[in-house]
Write a new protein. Sequence first.
Length: 309
Amino acid sequence: MQGLPGLVTAMGVSLGLAAGTIMKRGTPEQKERWGLDLLTMEKVGAWAITEPNSGSDAFGGMQATARKAGDEYVVNGSKTFITNGPYADTIVFYCKLDDGSDPRDREILTFVLDRGMPGLEQSRPLRKMGLHSSPTGELFLNDVRVGPDRLLSGGSGGGRESAKQNFVTERAGVAAMALGVIEECLRLSVEYAKARELWGQRIGDFQLIQLKLAKMEVARLNVQNLVFRHVEMQRTGRTPTLAEASAMKLYAAQAANEVAMEAVQLFGGNGYMSEYRVEQLARDAKSFQIYAGTDEIQVTHIARDLLSR
């Protein structure tokens, strides 16, 4: 799946975020009821936290609510930019407990929803600049009634901590996808530099083209080292901090964008044409600097960690 970040995004959200949250936070019954079908890919999962008016302020700006009504909860609100949202069978949904306290301080709850529940509407796929193989949509909830059997409550920290753990997973995943884009852009650029001729010689013999290729290789090595470091940390049982994951994602996303745009430039007019893959890769790479937290929010998380030491 190298160079296919849209497909990886769709699968990663279903398996890593939706199924992962259920398997980490769910009861044995919840894992069997919802988790297994996601892990075997018999069903598609979505992980719903982003809202139209919250964006990077995922917790503070969250307006979706769950109000206690007897033994049940009544959930209202909307989510946007939800990967797999239009087609998801199973949705891990984050909202705030409507208990009358200050909205920014309310407890975050996590529910598992099923397609077709009364009051749940899933939009058509939104049109995007890139990642066309990853469907993105909106969710609208109007008095959706859910029982306590749908509430994920395992582990410490509740829904807020659950989401933070997933931010780490998500940002590391973006870095791995960025590496795939860099490797593919470099491969295509080297092939083109060998085959394309100008003034009787291949363009790879020109120093400016060699400089572009050398910078791409440096970016590949750096991002590869970050990804491998993350893998080794996981193997030794150490979970990266949110700041470490943010630093990893920030650098990898910027490197992938720079490499992709340089690949377009190396291909010249052909690079701007949609029939050449570098054009698609450049559009896809831009998403890395936006979703899973913008570059700006990564900087904030890194700086806060440094200043708190």
